[in-house]
Design a binder for this molecule. Structure first.
Ligand SMILES: [Zn+2]
Length: 430
């Protein structure tokens, strides 16, 4: 195994240097996509990559690709990166860590004059956050064929400015059609944005995929009646029915490991102190990494509604309004990360992403996986977001190790393929 050590202090200095572009008084960053601040940090990144001899290409939706050549120029590149845009009250690490750790990996390869077999490519995806132009993960979505470029261009911010005009204005509407570039794979380092790694005292999360989501709208109908005059035995109390179902939603999620279930909205119709509630609307959000478990949760919800509400003489409507299937990252890339972590001698656990990421879309078009490092107190999308220098450095080292491991595998596979092709020629013509 190669023994290329990243420079922890140099990575940290780059994080802190770029954090000044859009710095907030409370220690966070406000660097919305396609603003002058976004242009500034993009220009900085471009200059740093060019100083390492990389070629920087920009596609039609502003995704930036800094390519460091490998020995074998015919191979598609191994991509690393994340996003440099932030939430309006974002932290210093959500996004920038993945890009700057990728830059640190390129710098380390450069320091050691190490030439990989496949090219290595640092990516900065445009508008991951979706805070200025909804939806989130817009430009990685275009790259993966989920959205068209014209759809992206037409998104407007609150002032009525369009994505297309703002991209042009900051000079990052490139000539390359999004998604035409083939990737051998994509590794994204990111902060966990949850409490699990910190809670267990582990440094690295080997991300298996992203959980699936199902959203339901539920309306329960009973009968409005006087709170004083209607005896308990004769009531049709929709809110009481909802309360009992909400308990069951919580129990369903607690029954299954890795499941979460949330009722986030309640709309109680009469909402009056002395009226027995006649109609209640509420939402259910179920998440799990396995589709079959989401199916089970849905069946349990239907049972809970029938068992709870029918004896209470309440009528209900249940409607699944959205379903996003679980995403499973590439087993081979996950294995490369495992080798990378073990080589670095770090503590780890397998983990599933609770949040959306560019990698969720990129996984549709290239082998993809992610690496997580701890978030202090599990806080993110917050100016107080924090990950220590040591943990940032550990993540960057694992990122570099994983790229080198995957590169080694691609090289030996390429040699094996070449030998097989050679044998095939002898068999045909020999
Ligand atoms: Zn992010």
């Amino acid at each position: 195994m190669h023994n290329l050590r990243i420079n922890a202090q140099r990575l940290w200095d780059s994080l802190m240097e770029t954090a000044r572009i859009g710095a907030t008084a409370k220690g966070g960053i406000c660097r919305l996509t396609l603003t002058d601040l976004d242009r500034q940090v993009r220009d900085w990144l471009k200059a740093q990559c060019q100083a390492l001899g990389c070629t920087v290409t920009v596609d039609e939706v502003g995704n930036m690709f800094a390519t460091r050549p490998g020995k074998n120029p015919s191979l598609p590149p191994i991509a690393i990166g994340s996003h440099l845009d932030t939430q309006p009250t974002g932290g210093k690490f959500d996004g920038p860590l993945g890009v700057l750790a990728g830059l640190e990996a390129l710098r380390t390869l450069h320091d050691h004059s190490h030439t990989t077999n496949a090219p290595v490519e640092l990516v900065n995806w445009t508008n991951e956050e979706g805070a200025r132009f909804a939806p989130a993960m817009l430009a990685s979505g275009v790259f993966a064929g989920v959205f068209t470029a014209d759809y992206a261009y037409g998104r407007t911010d609150r002032d009525g400015k369009t994505f297309g005009d703002e991209l042009q204005r900051i000079g990052y509407r490139g000539p390359e059609k999004a998604g035409t570039r083939k990737l051998a794979g994509m590794f994204e380092l990111h902060i966990e944005q949850g409490p699990i790694l910190e809670h267990e005292g582990r440094t690295i999360g080997i991300v298996q995929g992203a959980q699936g989501v199902r959203w339901y709208d539920i309306t329960i109908t009973g009968q409005d009646a006087h709170a004083g005059a209607m005896p308990m035995a004769l009531r049709k109390d929709a809110l009481l029915g909802a309360a009992r179902v909400i308990e069951r939603v919580d129990a369903i999620a607690r029954d299954l490991s890795d499941a979460v279930g949330t009722v986030g909205v309640i709309d109680n119709k009469s909402n009056s102190r002395n009226v027995i509630p006649g109609e209640v609307f509420f939402t259910v959000d179920f998440r799990h990494p396995q589709e079959k478990c989401l199916d089970w949760m849905e069946m349990q919800l239907q049972d809970a509604l029938a068992e709870t509400l029918t004896p209470m003489q309440l009528i209900y409507r249940e409607n699944r309004i959205w379903a996003s299937p679980p995403v499973h990252f590439s087993p081979e890339l996950i294995d490369c990360v495992r080798v990378a972590v073990e080589t670095a001698g770090l503590s780890y656990r397998d983990i599933v992403s609770g949040a959306g990421h560019d990698s969720v879309y990129i996984a549709r078009v290239a082998p993809t996986t992610m690496i997580f490092v701890p978030s202090r107190d599990g806080i993110s999308h917050n100016e107080a977001e924090w990950t220590s220098l040591e943990d940032c450095a550990a993540g960057a080292q694992v990122l570099l190790n994983a790229v080198l491991e995957y590169d080694r595998r691609l090289e030996s596979r390429g040699l094996a393929d070449a030998r097989a092709a050679e044998r095939g020629r002898h068999a045909t013509f020999g």
